[in-house]
Design a binder for this molecule. Structure first.
Ligand code: KIV
Ligand code: NA
Length: 261
């Protein structure tokens, strides 16, 4: 059963919320089978799947393509679609782009920063919004932890409260000191989902490619549960060797329903 915004909000203080990103249909299918209640189709797709150096290169067309793929793989899971760089630059632009993500299959949208007018406009028009503060990659000049000085920490707290008051139903906290993650989680009514924000958040999110070990860089706060890039290398080498030796296509091995894990 798909959890809508209200049901996710009600998990605060009751059940830790697990969130993973997904960008493709087969990955989304596995994530849904694992009963993860919420999938983020993040603009990290630009970096971890498309080879860009920054999330700023991601467009709304890229996002609708990936939201659609994830929706087809996970029909019963709450999907958050990220609004890419500048697609939320003013309230009307944001509403237009948010509607595109919803039409592609998202249940809610996420945007970076305390853009309170934008958030309020989306919510007033019936769109569920997830906030995002701390490190906000679309505008960050460096990827170091945010909120280490007292002044910076106060700014993150003020921004998070403003995002909540503007109507966001949940908030992602990225790369902040763990005690600040705990303070925010205590202060806010809405669930906090941490990525590098410590163990006291209401939930945790990982970029699935990082969790899978699919890539060549991982942020210090992620955890690799597998090493899929090594598996791909092994498969490619095995296949190349079998073509060279004319072993393939003999002894074909098929895993029935393997696409369904
Ligand atoms: O785009 C993304 O994957 C994100 C997460 C890092 C929270 O915004
Ligand atoms: Na993002």
């Amino acid at each position: 059963m798909k959890k809508h915004a209200q049901a996710l909000m009600e998990m605060k203080g009751r059940t830790p919320i697990a969130m993973l990103t997904a960008y493709t249909c087969p990955v989304a299918r596995a994530v849904e089978r694992a009963s993860i209640p919420v999938i983020l189709v993040g603009d990290t797709v630009g970096m971890v799947e498309m080879g860009f150096d920054s999330t700023r290169d991601v467009t709304i067309d890229h996002m609708t393509y990936h939201v659609g793929a994830v929706r087809r793989g996970a029909p019963e899971t709450h999907i958050i679609g990220d609004l890419p760089y500048q697609t939320d630059k003013d309230p009307d632009t944001a509403l237009w782009n948010a509607r595109r993500l919803i039409a592609a299959g998202a249940d809610s949208v996420k945007l970076e920063g305390a853009k309170t007018e934008v958030i309020r406009h989306l919510v007033d028009n019936g769109i569920a919004v997830v906030g995002h503060t701390g490190l906000t990659p679309q505008t960050a000049k460096s990827f170091t932890k945010v909120g280490r000085t007292e002044q910076e920490a106060r700014q993150v707290l003020e921004d998070a409260i403003a995002i909540q008051e503007a109507g966001a139903f949940m908030i992602v906290l990225e790369h902040i000191p763990y005690d600040l993650g705990a303070t925010l989680t205590d202060t806010l009514r809405i669930p906090t989902i941490g990525i590098g924000a410590g163990p006291d958040c209401d939930g945790q999110v990982l970029v699935i490619n990082d969790a899978l070990g699919l890539g060549d860089y991982w942020p210090p706060f992620s955890k690799q549960y597998a090493h899929v890039s090594r598996t791909i290398l092994q498969v490619a080498e095995d296949f190349a060797g079998e073509v060279a030796s004319r072993e393939f296509p003999n002894n074909i091995i098929a895993f029935p329903g393997s696409g369904k894990a």
